[in-house]
Design a protein around this ligand. Structure first.
Ligand code: PLP
Length: 363
């Protein structure tokens, strides 16, 4: 494992400013005083592991990332426990996933222990930025955003010989400010985010770029999110483009689309499947058609639907809006969605024993 040298920011945010940000951070708006950085070149490999002042990057306009989108990222959170210690959740899964993404995007592999050390090194230096969850805001955390970009100055089309890896961090408040409310979801018809042989399973910016027009369509329909179906047959449900999807059946199964190369292997998805038996549900990963969902919701076989991901944890789904139909799950969050939410958050915030050994201490 590489140690990260620390170059301290001599002009950190004043304490008062920092504390005010932490009171009402929103999401993705305010960043901490430092960032982690590791530089890669094809000749020397990864080098210069460092935590340094958060600052704009200087990149050549011909840097490959601007032209051919050779970029990947991760997303995870640091949680402050009641005793003041700071922990993260299953970072080994993010470490493995960034390397699967890197392989697909022709970026270099980052040793898993260096990935985890980059989080630890940054959070140690910026630990004052990790919010302390209060009674009414028990979901505050420090969101960690590792990412890797192709930084070589070269317009030829090939994998970049120079790459930079960074971790930045921002305090995050509860995703649902005024309480948890089910969302409406637009079923994208013709627009796809991923297809077989593509990059759907990789966490890369390009997938998000491909989903934004569909997201705009959803907003125009009064929906908050968009659901993508498979690109081949347009009938199997896949995911929401930033969150995985779960259905609960009346007879006690937790249903989710099975992984394929067009679905992202979410850590939250995996964890809910792992926790399902504890909540008396049988996990079931398989292909699910939109028609099965539609009919199941109509005849009462499918009683709940929710989306899951690190940022929002669990988002109950109230309605799916299709071109000529809607699926209705009601105005209230589902019982199971709320149970899963509490179970997961209790583990992440250290309010129950971590029997699965999912937590890793950062500070
Ligand atoms: C990050 C992401 C998810 C959720 O993954 P988690 O590891 O649970 O945060 C789901 N879908 C896509 C496309 C993603 O990028």
């Amino acid at each position: 494992m590489h140690k990260f040298a620390v170059l301290k920011n001599i002009q950190p945010q004043p304490e008062l400013v920092r504390e005010n940000i932490k009171k009402n951070p929103g999401f993705g708006l305010y960043f901490t005083d430092h960032m982690a950085h590791v530089r890669y070149t094809i000749d020397d490999g990864w080098q210069a592991h460092q935590v340094k002042p958060y600052a704009p990057l200087q990149l050549d306009p011909a840097a490959a990332v601007f032209h051919y989108a050779q970029e990947i990222f991760e997303g995870l959170k640091a949680y402050r426990h009641a005793d003041g210690s700071v922990w993260t959740f299953r970072p080994d899964r993010n470490a493995a996933r960034i390397n699967r993404s890197a392989e697909r995007l022709a970026l270099p592999q980052l040793p898993e222990e260096d990935f985890i050390e980059s989080l630890r090194a940054l959070v140690r230096v910026d630990q004052e930025w990790v919010p302390t969850p209060g009674e009414d805001a028990d979901e505050s955390s420090l969101y960690l955003r590792p990412f890797m970009i192709a930084s070589e100055r070269f317009l030829g089309v090939r994998a970049s010989h120079e790459v930079d890896y960074y971790v930045i961090a921002c305090p995050a408040g509860p995703y649902f400010a005024g309480g948890i409310k089910p969302v409406s979801i637009w079923l994208s018809q013709s627009l796809k985010r991923a297809g077989h042989g593509g990059t759907g399973f990789a966490k890369c910016g390009g997938n998000y770029a491909a989903s934004l027009v569909a997201q705009n369509e959803a907003a125009a329909q009064g929906c908050q999110q968009v659901l993508f179906t498979d690109a081949d047959e347009n009938k199997y449900i896949e995911e929401l483009g930033g969150m995985n999807l779960m259905l609960v059946t009346r007879d006690g199964r937790l249903l989710t689309p099975e992984l394929s190369d067009s679905i992202l292997d979410g850590v939250t998805r995996r964890s809910l499947l792992d926790l399902a038996p504890q909540l008396g549900l049988e996990p079931e990963e398989r292909r699910i058609t939109i028609d099965e969902w539609r009919e199941g919701a109509a005849n009462g076989d499918i009683v709940e639907a929710f989306a899951c991901g690190t940022a929002a944890v669990i988002t109950p789904i109230g309605r799916i809006v299709g071109p000529d139909f809607t699926i209705d799950h009601g105005e209230e969050p589902g019982e199971r969605a709320m149970e899963f939410r509490k179970t997961l958050l209790d583990i992440q915030y250290g309010r129950v024993e971590d029997t699965n050994n999912w937590l890793v201490r950062l500070a």
